[in-house]
Design a protein around this ligand. Structure first.
Ligand SMILES: Nc1ncnc2c1ncn2[C@@H]1O[C@H](COP(=O)(O)OP(=O)(O)OP(=O)(O)O)[C@@H](O)[C@H]1O
Length: 310
């Protein structure tokens, strides 16, 4: 369990993390989200003692990271996959890490196998692709067989097979009762990997809820309506705040009215309905609604008009 209480970090005038309190529980995957610069990496670094809080505290299983007798066996972290000695080969990198933490050599070979690095284990890390570097970072995080895992953008650079592998790995680790904190900007992946989300915005916690609640809390995106009199229905529903797309000859997609109002207006006009389906928001849409006021670095209006899949 990771417990942050009134955790704050300032760099000069900049408040990167602003008085945040949260608990990351064992047995589930907790996603850590937020726009660029929201404070996720700073928080993760404070959890593993790489940054000292300006105020407040964060503990893992009731103790500060540094107070654990064998920190690598308590907490495994992937924070910056590039932070390795590029001249070493992967196996030697892991052997060196294992030696400092009195972890047996056998475990190095286990994590190499677990992360699919067998064929490149004797290759220089400097020549690794982004994806292989990520796998090596995950191997290092797993080395001490820790109860708690903190993975900052672990799927960055991974191919679809690698992404799926990380998903089943973290879900498996959580199912074993471990605590897993995972950050990613890929919402579609978070939606299928995480059970719970903590969302930061400008250094504050703006949501701390199960994934389903965050999606459920977003406003309805649209309603799919089928009617043999679709054109008549479209004129009945038309108003300045309503957008209607005539997708197929008998199907409309309506934005700006809820299903009940559409049903009532159709009944009043004597129009038969064959389907009335609310289309709920995807996690990406829910996330964008949630963080709308907390985006520090905006790319322009087009960033809000992402084509989303559901
Ligand atoms: N060492 C530092 N010195 C000064 N400012 C810093 C330092 N580290 C982080 N910051 C600032 O603190 C804020 C939070 O940064 P942080 O890297 O924690 O955000 P993040 O949520 O991880 O972002 P991203 O998604 O881009 O990785 C940013 O405004 C960043 O510029």
């Amino acid at each position: 369990m990771i417990e942050a209480r009134n955790l704050t970090k300032t760099y000069g005038q900049k408040t990167a993390v602003n008085d945040i309190t949260f608990t990351v529980r064992p047995g589930i995957v907790t996603g850590f989200l937020g726009p660029n610069g929201a404070g996720k990496s700073t928080t993760m670094r404070m959890i593993v003692g790489l940054d000292r809080p300006t105020a407040g505290r964060v503990t893992v299983n009731g103790r500060y990271y540094a107070a654990h007798t064998s920190p690598l066996s308590e907490v495994g972290a992937l924070l910056d996959a590039k932070a390795v000695h590029t001249g070493r080969n992967a196996e030697n990198h892991l052997l060196a890490l294992a030696a400092t933490a009195r972890i047996p050599k056998r475990r190095v070979h286990e994590v190499i196998e677990l992360t699919g690095l067998e064929s490149v284990a004797r290759k220089r890390v400097g020549g690794f692709s982004l994806g292989m570097g990520q796998r090596l970072g995950i191997a290092a995080a797993l080395l001490g067989d820790p109860q708690t895992l903190i993975l900052d953008e672990p799927i960055n650079g991974l191919d679809p097979e690698g992404v799926r592998w990380v998903r089943s790995l973290v879900r498996g680790l959580a199912a074993e009762g471990r605590t897993v904190l995972l950050s990613s900007h890929l919402m579609s992946e978070m939606a299928v990997t995480a059970d719970h989300l903590i969302v930061l915005g400008k250094g504050r916690v703006i949501a701390d809820s199960p994934v389903a609640d965050i999606i459920g809390g977003a406003s309805l995106v649209s309603v799919r309506v089928r009617s043999p009199q679709a054109s008549v229905l479209a004129s009945t529903l038309a108003s300045p705040d309503v957008t209607i797309t005539h997708a197929e000859h008998d199907m409309l997609t309506v934005t700006g009215l809820d299903p009940r109002t559409i049903g009532d207006l159709a009944a009043r006009g004597g129009i038969a309905l064959h389907e009335l389906t609310p289309i709920s928001a995807s996690l990406e849409e829910a996330y964008l609604q949630l963080t709308n006021d907390d985006v520090e670095y905006r790319t322009g209006a087009s960033a809000r008009n992402l084509e989303v899949s559901r």
